[in-house]
Design a protein around this ligand. Structure first.
Ligand SMILES: Cc1cc2nc3c(=O)[nH]c(=O)nc-3n(C[C@H](O)[C@H](O)[C@H](O)COP(=O)(O)OP(=O)(O)OC[C@H]3O[C@@H](n4cnc5c(N)ncnc54)[C@H](O)[C@@H]3O)c2cc1C
Length: 409
């Protein structure tokens, strides 16, 4: 069997944002790592996906590769206005003079995931971290001494540690025998990217419209990012999502929500029923294989915890591996990896619960929630806090996990 050409002590499966962050975070700690990626180098990563990048994530990226966080800051946008409507009527609107805060790194930035990944690839090249394209991990065999990996092209690789950052369908997760259970949203959601128009663009605001009359009473969310807009439409129970994502229906939706000038600007559309799932363990029994990002958990996107929490996983996986490689005593090395798992499993439970609260609020069949929304909408003209409740709730609680972690999530 051919041998993979590497002396690096760590192999990472997957060149998504989490795998790339793991490699950069290891490099920052003086540990060589290489990435095995199933796709070819000229792949097309379509869709904006993770647009909301939290300040804590920007700080992590800036810390592990100076300049990387700032690239995202310079290219991303910070929208100044929060705007919420209820059945055609404005219930909340607030514009901030300084929405990003006063520090060099803003509270958040909004940038398409493809651009974030592009900057990460540049950072990998800058740090001389190899990505082995078309190298799909097929098997992972861990022992007390290390890990043997086979890729589908027949090559065999050896490493001290392996990080599975190979996304929701993770082979690494299956190979370590972790289960992956959870729930799925009742509603489907249409998610589309709409390109910005050059002249006469919309004002930069994040808009949530409950039961929007222009789309027959569906909930609508609109969020700007560099170069375009994320349009989210929550399907009604009887909707056929496949029918709603056709070109003709999308043109109608976009025209109704954003105006005629945007009608032909949809660049990508998909429909989802969101999963809320986590692996029952983030490490193998030998404490040599670690799971990070969507290989370890899938979260409904409201609250933007997916990539943000994956980047926190990545940084903490790198920290644990660096400490384990440095350890003279095997039991100490094992302990570092176990601590990673304990911290990130706790964080994931918290994130799942937070994203679940947002999802439950949006699906809204609980009578108490329905009543709360109705009452808040009827009081919004008189009390700012009622409108703010409606504005804030679709994204779930703002808090961070009850543990020390390098990311917000
Ligand atoms: C509509 C939508 C909106 C979202 N919005 C947000 C948001 O605003 N903020 C946020 O934080 N998150 C958001 N997310 C989530 C975010 O996109 C994901 O959390 C993020 O992409 C996960 O990164 P990852 O690196 O773990 O996995 P992926 O991005 O899935 O990367 C996995 C990589 O592994 C490779 N791979 C797969 N199998 C193998 C194998 N066997 N061997 C080698 N390589 C393999 C894949 O080709 C891929 O390159 C959103 C997601 C969606 C769908």
């Amino acid at each position: 069997m051919a041998t993979g050409d590497t002396d690096a002590p760590v192999l990472i499966a997957g060149a998504g944002p989490v795998g790339m962050t793991t490699a950069l975070a290891l490099h920052a700690r003086g540990i060589d790592a290489e990435i095995l990626e199933a796709d070819s180098e000229d792949r097309d990563r379509s869709g904006s996906r993770a647009i909301y990048v939290h300040g804590a994530t920007l700080r992590t990226l800036e810390r592990i590769h100076p300049g990387l966080g700032m690239n995202l800051v310079e290219d991303g946008i910070v929208w100044p206005t929060r705007h919420t409507r209820w059945r055609g009527k404005e219930v909340f609107k607030r514009t901030y003079d300084n929405p990003g805060g006063s520090g060099e790194i803003p509270h958040f930035t909004s940038i398409p995931q493809v651009d974030t990944e592009e900057y990460m690839h540049e950072a990998l090249a800058d740090a001389d971290i190899p990505v082995h394209w078309e190298s799909e991990v097929e098997t992972v065999d861990a022992s007390e001494a290390g890990v043997r990996v086979e890729t589908t092209d027949g090559r065999e690789w050896e490493a001290e540690y392996v990080v599975g950052a190979d996304g929701g369908g993770s082979t690494v997760r299956k190979e370590i025998g972790a289960s992956f259970d959870g729930s799925q949203s009742e509603n489907s959601f249409i998610v589309a990217d709409v390109a910005e128009v050059e002249d006469d663009p919309r004002p930069l605001e994040r808009l949530f419209h409950y039961d929007a009359p222009e789309v027959d009473g569906r909930n609508v969310m609109l969020v700007p990012f560099t170069g375009g807009w994320r349009l989210d439409i929550q399907c009604l129970p009887d909707d056929d999502p496949d029918e709603l994502v056709t070109d003709e229906r999308m043109r109608e939706f976009v025209r109704a929500v954003m105006g005629e000038r945007y009608a032909d600007n949809t660049t990508w559309v998909s429909s989802y029923r969101f999963l809320q799932v986590m692996a029952d363990t983030f490490v193998d029994s030998h404490r040599r294989v670690l799971l990070a990002g969507e290989a370890a958990h899938l979260l409904a996107p409201f609250g933007a915890r997916g990539m943000n929490s994956g980047i926190a996983d990545a940084d903490e996986a790198a920290s644990a591996i660096a400490a384990a490689i440095d350890a003279r005593i095997e039991a100490v090395a094992r302990d570092e990896i176990e601590l990673f798992a304990a911290r990130r499993e706790t964080a994931t439970e918290y994130n799942l619960n937070a994203a679940g609260q947002a999802l439950e609020y949006l699906q809204g069949d609980d009578p108490v929630t329905v009543l709360r929304k109705e009452v808040a909408a009827s009081l919004a003209d008189h009390f700012d806090s009622a409108g703010e409740y409606l504005d804030d709730s679709p994204y779930g609680p703002h808090g961070a996990p009850p543990i020390v972690t390098t990311g917000q999530y």
